[in-house]
Design a protein around this ligand. Sequence first.
Ligand SMILES: [Zn+2]
Length: 386
Amino acid sequence: MAGSLLFLGACFISLGSFAEAQDVDSWRIPFASGEEARRLGDITGYALKMSAAAELIPQSHPSRPLVQYHAARAAALDGRQSDAVNWLRAVWDEGLQSLMISFAQEDHAFANITGAESFRSLIGLVGEMELTTRWLGGDVHLINGVGSNVLVKVSTGGVLMVDTGYGPALPALRCAINELGGGPIRAIIITHPHEDHMGSAADLGGEADLYAHIGTADAMMEPYFFMEGLSIPPKPASAIPDMPIDEAVSIEFGGETIRILPTVAHSSGDISVYFTESRVAHLGDTFLPSNPMMYPGTVDPDAFLERLEKFLDGMHPETVVVPGHEGVTGLKAVREQIRVTREAIAFVSDAISSGMSIEETARAGQDRFPFQWTTFFYQVLMQLEL
Ligand SMILES: [Zn+2]
């Protein structure tokens, strides 16, 4: 679908509504020319068009950080260091997706300025963030603010983490863990191969055992695509999981059994995690409260939903559920989303069989399902590229 943008490896689907697409779209014209210039290797054209797009895109638009990031990298490629840093600084200052600047460290476009003082101090801000922590149950805590929800189990034998957030946030993360009384980081469970969940895997891999799905291990050995046409290099050997997982397993850590279930829903390597004593579950991006349940179009959605349901059935009824992003919730919310997902899939497949277009389907379903759900499932079921 033209003009749709996927944030950070499909964490947040930002399809934009069709209505919205008509009135706030002036930025898309320079953006498209900028993309074209980039493809043709016209660096100056890329830089000019992307900064024009970044000036035009409305403050509240979900794609704004992406466009600003393009403006920054294009300026860096074009040899204008201070413009590059200023655009990155704008991404940082504007909040929500600010940790996108984390990619800049690995992006070849910034290679000439990664040593510059202004660039280093900007990246340093990420490491100096003050993170909020919240106790969830047993000895398990949530750490917010590093790009995704990170769980930390603080036990006498050391710390086990679920996900790491973005790489440059590691100093801030260590600081928060110390404040929770945590010792050395001994184990990390990575829920899936997206940078906002595994950004520090390489740095921590030397000191901790890494657990991840076999699909995550494979994905780490490939370049990571974080924007159309843009990628960062494969992970170094230290990030590759010590314990690749391809079936349900339990591990023992700090006096607790931790169950791990492959869900393979949102990426090629998703797992969900359940702390049986602390009664806390981390579902990764398999479950995101305001997005549809995700599964690859090539795999049977019924099987995925059944697998997840069975995992939930084995949990204590009061389990605190942590999604990959957004706030914590309970099992009821996940079950409800599974129910709505099944309904939405049935509704969309009926619409497709009766020959309805994506717009017609979204309109017909608007009273029952969020707009982005129907359009997402329509595209998945039609096996179109998002
Ligand atoms: Zn994510």
